[in-house]
Design a binder for this molecule. Structure first.
Ligand code: ATP
Ligand code: MG
Length: 437
């Protein structure tokens, strides 16, 4: 039997060592928040937070390597054994006049007071050096019952900080927990406060939901709550419209009921299959396709959500490719497919095929085969250069070069012209002649 501790157990033990060192110096200290929750749930840990009665300067004095991450809020990052631990002085928060951040932070002496500022009961637990669990608000009960429950009154807590509404939805969807009625009502009541939350935070929460284990449930809550019509920078109108349709029960999660028309007119599958896609970008693309959002509006959405250029190019590319595929007739399918592959690139084409296969069970084995048969997919792979065209054809350089190269690319990819210089030059001249007529 393998008794080696796993990575999470190691991290946990090292966190306890930091706690032990603080305790040995006469301070109180606990592992706290998300890591306690995940530990009790048997989920893997991503980071370890420690709460202590020691003041930031005392923490800095005690450990060899520290980073003053957020001294104003009492947070010092302690570097130990190649890891980092966020060590935060017990604190209380008050006066959330901007619906997002506390106006005042005050250091306190009791861990329970620190736990009281936290959002959900399962996030408001601490574990000390002897393994004692401090759980003043019934976090363990919530975990057992599978419910998301606020510390204190939901309406008050969401009014203090609007981001908590998104966190409630994220945890509910991720853990397959029930959002208690008072939580749901409080979200609906305070949804317009979402406009006080920086778009980056909204985006990062939504993205975490898309990457998590319950993206379809998360979107259900997000859409039904009306939260997303209250984003600081409004989402594109078509996106809002699709959300509203879903919200008012005109549509369900069935993709075909979104009015989706796939290349073969069959249903585009079911959004409940989103978790079957491994990659969050693919999930975003599948969601947008399911919602019938255009390439252009998908681009706008990615922009509004401040997605990186790399990610939006991929997501928008898949959506755009899908839009193109829908327009091709069965007869010219191969030719259409190859042209679309040239326009969007091989890797987008592979993504699109995967979405079809995974979400819709629509297998197009020929398309995969054709993809592997395409000899060239970019102009740089052609065995002719623009300057060679200029001297062979004897025409001054101009926009015609790019047009001709693109035509040659299609000719070669479709198998009409071999990819050797002689044939390419002859074909180029012919194409130009045809164009003049
Ligand atoms: P995850 O790391 O999976 O996002 P987490 O619960 O660890 O979940 P963090 O943002 O890392 O979330 O926050 C750590 C802890 O800080 C939380 O467990 C919670 O106790 C507290 N917390 C975080 N954000 C808020 C908030 N907006 N309001 C109140 N407490 C919060
Ligand atoms: Mg965390």
């Amino acid at each position: 039997m393998n008794n080696e501790p796993n990575a999470d157990e190691l991290m946990w033990a090292e966190g306890l060592e930091v706690v032990g060192k603080l305790e040995a110096s006469g301070y109180q200290a606990y592992l706290v928040g998300g890591c306690v929750r995940d530990h009790l749930m048997g989920r893997s840990l991503h980071d370890i937070d420690i709460a202590t009665s020691a003041k930031p300067e005392e923490v800095i004095a005690l450990f060899d390597r520290t980073v003053p991450t957020g001294l104003k809020h009492g947070t010092v990052t302690v570097l130990e054994g190649g890891r980092s631990f966020e060590v935060t002085t017990f604190r209380q928060e008050s006066g959330y006049s901007d619906s997002r951040r506390p106006d005042e932070v005050e250091f306190v002496l009791d861990v329970r007071e620190d736990l009281a500022r936290r959002d959900f009961t399962f996030n408001a637990m601490a574990i000390g050096i002897e393994g004692v669990i401090v759980d003043p608000f019934g976090g363990q009960d919530a975990l057992r019952a599978g419910v998301v429950d606020c510390v204190g009154e939901a309406s008050e807590r969401f009014n203090e900080d609007a981001l908590r509404m998104l966190r409630a939805i994220r945890f509910g969807a991720e853990f397959e927990f029930v959002l208690l009625p008072d939580i749901w009502q409080a979200i609906v009541k305070h949804r317009s406060n979402l406009k006080h939350v920086a778009i980056e935070r909204v985006s990062s929460e939504w993205d975490k939901m898309m990457a998590g284990s319950g993206p379809e449930q998360a979107c259900h809550y997000l859409f039904k709550s009306g939260l997303l019509t209250n984003v600081k920078d409004p989402l594109p109108e078509t996106v809002q419209h699709a959300i509203e349709q879903y919200r008012f029960n005109e549509l369900s999660w069935e993709w075909d009921k979104w009015g989706m028309a796939a290349a073969d007119e069959s249903s585009f599958g079911n959004i409940l299959n989103l978790p079957l896609l491994f990659d969050p970008d693919m999930r975003w693309a599948a969601l947008l396709i399911g919602m019938r959002i255009s390439e252009e509006d998908s681009d706008e959405l990615c922009h509004t959500l401040r997605m990186s250029g790399r990610r939006s190019t991929r997501i928008v590319g898949i959506v755009g490719m899908n839009e193109q595929m829908v327009t091709y007739e069965e007869l010219s399918f191969k030719e259409g497919w190859i042209r679309v592959v040239l326009a969007y690139g091989r890797s987008i084409a592979e993504d699109w095929l995967e979405i079809n296969e995974v979400c819709n069970g629509v297998f197009v084995p020929e398309a995969r085969e054709w993809l592997s048969e395409i000899l060239v997919s970019t102009i740089s792979e052609l065995n002719v250069r623009g300057d060679e065209l200029v001297s062979y054809i004897g025409q001054a350089p101009g926009p015609w070069i790019a047009i001709t190269l693109q035509e040659l690319l299609e000719d070669v990819a479709l198998g009409y012209v071999p990819n050797d210089k002689g044939s390419l030059l002859v074909a180029a001249k012919e194409n130009m002649g045809n164009r003049k007529m």
